[in-house]
Write a protein that binds this ligand. Structure first.
Ligand code: ADE
Length: 249
């Protein structure tokens, strides 16, 4: 296995590059790719920046230039359902581009000429991530997150969800918008801006991928404030612990 690990923002990947053994940096297409080992697994860590195009070109480069065989995306997301709370973890079972709409030529959400609306995550990788996240919550969570951050976000017993993640080139901070997506996309658990682009590229290149996200906000009017605070203080802790447990399994 040669693992590509993508995050959109540096806060979402903080600690992973520091955890690498014998890392070196290669710059390609205005991005820094960190090559090394993570807990004995060959790995390449990279920040895609935000959005579907950024994620797609980063994924393609990881596969075509860096020869990765498996891809993980770790980061934060807005809640896509009332049962999913800030601090919870979501692991994608499948991913959809919520802003893809070539109707009436093609059904809403379908990627034209590929004939697909939903791109599946790799089941084995997703299960391994799910197990890593479960043991993080059971064993590390209480000490890993600072007490005042737990209080601010009312993080008591975060849960893990598996389901549909929707991606689009929009930061969603509007209750009606998120409720509309929830109604249109059964099984929706989270919204973000990259995962489905990674999943489409991986589908086309036949590379297994999985996406794990921590919920930073409720995609409503408070989303921007919650998001900014959450990524600074909490997101990085989750990523590093979960990837460590993933690699050591
Ligand atoms: N990532 C984190 N929160 C988000 C939101 N509300 N919309 C889109 N992407 C996000």
């Amino acid at each position: 296995m040669r693992l590509g690990i993508i995050s959109a923002l540096s806060e979402e990947q903080q600690g992973l590059v520091e955890a690498m053994q014998s890392p070196y940096k290669l710059i390609h297409g205005q991005r820094e790719y960190w090559v090394g080992q993570l807990w004995e697994i060959d790995a390449v860590c990279v920040l895609s920046r935000i959005g579907k195009v950024a994620a797609a070109v980063t994924t393609t480069t990881l596969v075509e230039k860096f020869g990765v065989t498996h891809i993980l995306f770790t980061g934060v997301a807005g809640s896509g359902d009332k049962t999913v709370n800030v601090g919870d973890i979501v692991v994608a079972e499948s991913l959809v581009q919520h802003d893809m709409d070539a109707s009436p030529l093609f059904p809403r959400f379908e990627v034209p000429l590929l004939g697909l609306t939903h791109f599946p995550a790799d089941h084995q990788l997703a299960s391994r991530l799910f197990d890593a996240a479960s043991s993080f919550l059971d064993e590390d969570f209480m000490e890993a997150i600072a007490a005042d951050e737990k209080a601010v976000f009312r993080l008591t017993r975060p849960r893990i969800h598996r389901g549909l993640i929707a991606s689009g080139d929009q930061f969603i901070d509007d209750r009606e918008h998120i409720n509309g997506l929830n109604a249109a996309l059964p099984g929706l658990v989270a919204v973000e801006m990259e995962g489905a682009a990674v999943a489409q590229v991986c589908h086309e290149l036949d590379v297994p991928c999985a996406v794990i996200r921590t919920i930073s906000d409720n995609a409503n009017e408070n989303a921007a404030t919650d998001f900014l605070r959450f990524v600074k203080s909490v997101a990085a802790v989750y990523a590093c612990y979960i990837v460590r447990r993933f690699c050591l399994q």
